[in-house]
Design a protein around this ligand. Structure first.
Ligand SMILES: Cc1cc2nc3c(=O)[nH]c(=O)nc-3n(C[C@H](O)[C@H](O)[C@H](O)COP(=O)(O)O)c2cc1C
Length: 382
């Protein structure tokens, strides 16, 4: 643990505050926001807060084990880094910083297909911990090319996101012009000027682009055309037929992200998925959505013996990770927390976020007298 950084930020809330002072307003709004009236975001927080854990102080405490095994690989911690689109707009090279953290700390890193770092670059840094998230393109040649590139880069786990059948409605992003493609306005230039570290780093490496999708956007003559291509050629509404086709074409582990019901979890299993991520996209798509932590126990009960059940949404501490694990998840992903860390401390931010989450989770297990993460469900308060 870096003591100097710890003195400045000892929690994810501290990281958020520092990040806010370094990231331009339009990019911070994009990172932090939910959708519509931010109700799903608030529901996630309230639902996690309601999960209480019961210590067993008189139980003999033993050696702690925080590792988690998924798909035949043992990770050092039961949490990983969730896919973040437009990552380089939030902080220059954020996905490369996260890929390096994943490799060095031995946790999974999922690269978004609309991140601003390519599959090849991110995989070179995350190495054996590289997972790739796909928004399946309508054009099947492009889809198969992306799958081939991921395989050639050494990716063994593909994550297909199903919870964006329609672009979300995020009032702040709409007003800030942060859609696809971003609109550069006088206000965004002014906001960038107020954040010199972000501006200097962006100038140094250049305006972020959709690096993974770039080869398929060559024909587009202008930003409007790029937007049209991304919306109409590079995105598809994902239903069971699409999952069936991807299962046929992808020989590695297949994970479906955005599951919120027992029915969808069973369908994912039926069509050959190996794992699922129970998620409401961090409250960014459906403002009336259930919180993942509330649906997790019934999903684990229905498919937990057949599928690896993972989760995300709303993690603000190692305690939240413990709460999700106590409700039956085998791996918990975090999106915003790692981005806050990176906004706060640039290249050291991924490691520091990991250190905070790991230390908080370890302290939680010690406090409960719980020796391993698989035993956490026994500590749920009635
Ligand atoms: C700024 C931002 C961009 C995101 N982009 C993607 C994406 O491209 N693909 C995807 O599957 N999920 C995306 N997500 C959702 C995350 O992968 C994850 O589900 C969510 O962030 C978890 O909630 P948390 O941020 O509270 O940890 C994004 C989330 C945020 C905050």
């Amino acid at each position: 643990m870096n003591e100097k950084l710890l003195n400045q930020a000892a929690s994810i809330h501290d990281l958020r505050k520092l990040a806010k002072s370094r990231i331009p307003g339009f990019a911070f709004d994009y990172l932090e926001g939910g959708c519509n009236n931010n109700l799903a975001l608030e529901t996630n927080r309230a639902a996690l807060n309601a999960i209480r854990l019961q210590p067993c102080y008189l139980r003999p405490s033993g050696k702690l084990n925080l590792t988690s095994e998924l798909f035949g690989k043992r990770y050092s911690a039961p949490f990983g880094i969730a896919p973040i689109g437009l990552s380089g707009v939030v902080w220059p090279n954020a996905s490369i910083i996260h890929a390096k953290t994943a490799h060095e700390m031995n946790i999974p890193f999922i690269l978004s297909s609309v991140a601003t770092t390519s599959i090849e670059k991110a995989a070179a840094h995350a190495k054996e911990n590289f997972w790739f998230q796909l928004y399946p393109p309508k054009d099947h040649n492009i889809r198969n090319d992306l799958l081939m590139r991921a395989r050639n880069a050494g990716c063994k786990t593909l994550v297909v996101t199903i919870d964006v059948p329609s672009p979300s409605w995020r009032p702040k992003d709409i007003k800030n012009g942060l859609a696809v493609p971003p609109r550069i306005s006088a206000s965004s230039i002014f906001q960038s000027a107020l954040r010199p570290r972000w501006s200097a780093a962006t100038l140094k490496i250049g305006i972020p682009e959709f690096e993974t999708l770039k080869p398929y956007l060559q024909g587009s003559k202008n930003l409007k055309e790029t937007a049209r291509l991304i919306r109409h050629t590079l995105r598809e509404v994902v239903d069971e037929t699409v999952i069936k086709q991807i299962r046929r074409d992808w020989p590695g582990n297949l994970v479906i992200k955005g599951i919120l019901s027992v029915n969808d979890a069973k369908t994912a299993y039926h069509y050959g998925a190996d794992g699922i991520i129970v998620s409401n996209h961090g409250g960014r798509q459906l403002d009336a959505a259930q919180s993942p932590v509330n649906v997790l126990p019934s999903i684990v009960k229905a498919v937990g013996d057949k599928l690896i059940v993972m989760t995300d949404s709303g993690v603000e501490s190692g305690i939240d990770i413990g709460r999700y694990l106590a409700c039956g998840a085998q791996m918990v992903f975090s999106g915003r927390a790692f981005m806050y860390g990176t906004g706060a401390f640039s290249v050291n931010g991924g490691h520091h976020t990991y250190a905070i989450l790991y230390s908080e989770l370890k302290q939680l297990l010690e406090q409960l007298h719980c020796n391993s993460i698989s035993e956490l469900p026994n500590y749920l308060a009635a």
